[in-house]
Design a protein around this ligand. Structure first.
Ligand SMILES: C[S@@+](CC[C@H](N)C(=O)[O-])C[C@H]1O[C@@H](n2cnc3c(N)ncnc32)[C@H](O)[C@@H]1O
Ligand SMILES: O=C(O)C(=O)C[C@]1(C(=O)O)C=C[C@@H](O)C=C1
Length: 247
């Protein structure tokens, strides 16, 4: 099922002052178009989430989609599941997102229960999980809360359970950062975003989306308890990590 979307024109008109980026009603209406045109490899990451779910989901366990937005990863996991007794739990603290996600998820019948909650993932208890997805959401969490959150995820995973963490990353090396960021901007231009849209969105994400480096992510995953962790997909400055809890 493809989630319908209006075209993203949010930053197409010049504003005197651009407000901080928020996942409000206006973003909800255009979100599938926005993420598709802004994040290189987004669709491939969703496909990978389906494959990793097929491989690692355990019978009678919970699958979490943290910062689920419109539920794209929840839908993918629901389609991919091949074991019995699973429940999918999607959580997002934007009421507008959860309201719309409920409409999409319940438009088609499925025997696999999916429950969506409007809540802060920093307050969430993770229990009996075999797959936890946090797709482009840790970057919006207060940096001081990131390790405690990963630690709770690790504690809530069953042995052999996995975490799939996708993020925008940056590079310590200035030349590398400039070059790879250029590729991302070219990707946005090729997808029809104007210079005005690109620069206004960048201002709105300032101090809202706080990215880490690959190394910072890998160190944090280790600190949280994961012995096995690495990148399974990268497109420019967007990467997805797989972390596996030992058996
Ligand atoms: C880039 S979107 C995630 C995209 C989505 N996972 C997907 O694959 O399509 C980030 C989401 O995280 C949510 N979010 C940000 N901070 C959060 C928090 N503390 N608790 C729950 N959700 C949060 C936002 O409301 C937004 O919907
Ligand atoms: O860096 C950008 O330009 C982005 O738009 C990235 C990003 C993200 O990584 O989540 C930021 C906000 C939107 O949710 C969609 C994409």
């Amino acid at each position: 099922m493809k989630i319908p979307s209006e075209k993203d024109t949010i930053y197409s008109i010049a504003h005197e002052a651009v407000g901080a980026f928020q996942f409000d009603e206006s973003v909800v209406a255009v979100f599938p178009d926005m993420i598709q045109r802004s994040v290189p490899g987004y669709q491939t990451i969703l496909t990978g989430i389906g494959e990793l779910t097929k491989l690692h989901a355990q019978p009678d366990s919970n699958l979490y989609d943290l910062g689920c937005s419109l539920g794209a990863a929840s839908l993918t996991m629901r389609r991919a599941l091949q074991v019995n007794g699973c429940r999918i739990i999607g959580v997002d603290n934007s009421e507008a997102m959860i309201k719309r996600a409920n409409e999409y998820l319940h438009a088609y019948h499925s025997d696999i229960p999916v429950d969506l909650f409007c809540a802060d993932i920093n307050d969430l208890e993770i229990l009996d999980a075999s797959v936890v997805v946090i797709n482009f959401t840790l970057q919006f969490i207060d940096p001081d809360q990131r390790l405690p959150l990963l630690h709770r995820i690790y504690q809530g995973l069953k042995p052999g359970g996995i975490l799939i963490l996708s993020e925008k990353i940056h590079f310590q090396d200035v030349a590398l950062q400039q070059s790879i960021e250029h590729m991302h901007l070219q990707f946005k231009r090729a997808n029809g975003y104007s210079e005005l849209e690109i620069s206004q969105k960048r201002s709105s994400l300032d101090n809202v989306l706080i990215s880490d480096t690959e190394n910072e992510h890998l160190q944090r995953l280790k600190q949280a308890g994961f012995a096995s962790a690495g990148i399974w997909f990268q497109a420019y400055n967007f990467a997805s990590f797989l972390a596996i809890k030992s058996l």
